[in-house]
Design a protein around this ligand. Sequence first.
Ligand code: NAP
Length: 256
Amino acid sequence: MTALFDLTGRVALVTGSSRGIGTALARGLADAGATIVLHGRDAQRAEATRKEFADVYGEDRVHAVAFDVTDPEAAAAGIEEAEAKAGPLRILVNNAGIQYRVPLLELDPADWERVIRTDLTSAFLVGREAARGMVERGAGKIINICSVQTDLARPSIGAYTAAKGGLRNLTRAMTAEWAGSGLQINGIAPGYIHTEMTQNLVDDPEFNSWILGRTPANRWGSVEDIAGPVVWLASDASNFVNGQTIFVDGGMTVVV
Ligand code: NAP
């Protein structure tokens, strides 16, 4: 690990890291030396992941908190708890998110609201609570996990597409207000990633061949593909990268 990418002694909170992509991102940051705060809504699941991490990285480098990222008071209390347990936050990855597939003509406004709150409003709520301390200390990295749907639409995921598009502009808005205080806020937009959640799509021959044909790299992404770029954006190696959204998608969004 060269010094530019070394995260030793830096505290990182990854929302939604009790499972899925968030767990892999937290592992990447821990491998680069960071002290990790794992997070989910379900406290038991977050604690189970914490125990797995503690076996590898040691008890003193791994903590866990549980709170609902859509609740303003819970977000404020959650950041306070994370900092009480692990120390001042240097890195925040806004990763918690949900998908919901229903065509717009049939979409219940309550479900629209739920997706927007979980995939967009959460980054504002958790991001600003973390930023309060970062701005005061004059250093911090916020990484918002976007999607290829930040740029491209598909039928039946309208709320998700609107939320992920908004997340790119929230990344820019945070940059406009906080970059001058020594923070770097950027987005990572993963392409189609092979996870438990997408296993049914991988197993669907028609969808799978559409993905392979539509992706210049001719494969699904892996969770490890996302971890490297996140480590870069969390480290001093990206100190003059501000307000960008980096697409990690095997080239999907640069071809038609
Ligand atoms: P996942 O496996 O469903 O995990 C979601 C995580 O978010 C869990 O830890 C969950 O905690 C947490 N979470 C959800 N709602 C929450 C809430 N209201 N409050 C607190 N925590 C909450 O999801 P994933 O597939 O890893 O996706 C992670 C991120 O990557 C999302 O932002 C997603 O949009 C993005 N992404 C995924 C893909 C893909 O191919 N999978 C592609 C592009 C982008 P609990 O278990 O406790 O509920």
